[in-house]
Design a protein around this ligand. Sequence first.
Ligand SMILES: [Zn+2]
Length: 465
Amino acid sequence: MATHFPLYGLKPLLVLYASIVSLPGLGLGTGTVDYGRDELFSEFLRDEAVERIHQLGKISDADGYLERTFLSPASITAANLILSWMQDAGLRTWVDQMGNVHGRTESMNATSEALLIGSHLDTVIDAGMYDGSLGIVCAISALKVLKKIGKLGELLRPVEVIAFSDEEGVRFQTTFLGSAAVAGILPASALKISDKNGVTVQDVLKENSFEGTEESLVQVKYNQKSVSGYIELHIEQGPLLESLGYPLGVVKGIAGQTRLKVTVGGSQGHAGTVPMFMRQDPMAASAELIVLLESLCKHPENFLAYDENCGGFPKESLAGLVNFTIDLRVIDDMAREAIILEFSNRVQQICNHRNVNCTIDRKHNAGAVKCDPVLSEQLKNSARSTLRKMSTDTTDYQHEIPVLMSGAGHDAMAMSHLTKVGMLFVRCRGGVSHSPEEFVLEDDVWAAGLALLQFLENNMLNSVS
Ligand SMILES: [Zn+2]
């Protein structure tokens, strides 16, 4: 197979892969220089990025598995390492009053709004090493390449990488402490939230020499007028990209989420003496409700005028009383409410019919986030040209870049309250995440970094390649 690919940058260059012969008609004319595959900055975007992800993956508060929670000793170590990489990429660095790490490069136009690129440096317990870290490392690597090729000073607007201190919410059971503070939606009451040992967010901040006051929280908030957008690169945490054979996909939106707790109360009776028609079996009623919910999510069109997806639901049981929780995620908020209403009505019917009582409590509610169409299109174009450049076969990636919904929450959710957001997903093996089994191919790390670099070159530089 043979092919030519347009190279990064402004010069009319061609990328020519090793052992590839050029095809007539695909070149950009005479006077071009052939570049090898390694010229796609694999030294930084693949080798060094993978090495850095592994380095971060070893920084843990636990022995034998990965755990970094909000401002833990390992998180501070990781933050310092990230700071040093940002400096190495030529960025001006600081840590804000919520422990978020920032690295920024100014633009020729000092007053223009900044593009923010971020992800989180904290992890779940027994985490994988790519969740969060991948987005931070690839963003720093892309800026490092711009520095290496002398274009860091040519950016049309400031570009800032933010490594958020808390997204997973492990320690305080409240997600997005870091990004919500930057977006200005973290209430001052969050300082008083305590962990299971009674230590508050404020205590932890003060222990680490942050002010931990309402005023210091306000300082973390960005002014909407100073920001042009936020992009985030993250592992997919699902199996779709792998099944489609694509390393990269664009996120159209993040599903809204409602958590319900359903409690079904019945009564126990002697198996041999209570006739079937008089039984009040909460387990049987719950089983019917669960099957109902499954059908409602699988085939909402049979119940409603919507056809969106929904998440799974764990269940647990107690004798005489059964409760289960529902985690419902839908990208359309009206569809989510319609499903909840339909489910609630049918729950009452089923419970009346089965002679058990039932309550439904809404425990959590978050609206869906739509990604910005312009940012999404720019990310899609960057992903498309990246995959074509990296491909050794012209028949690869002829289809459109996949467009996915995110069922998982991300910092972009909090940041959408500040500015428009766009997200790029990266394929991960088996869709596995929040597990040491989490894995991303080295070439996919490379593709991710290259796509960010391409995004910056296409949209943040004066001359368009
Ligand atoms: Zn994550």
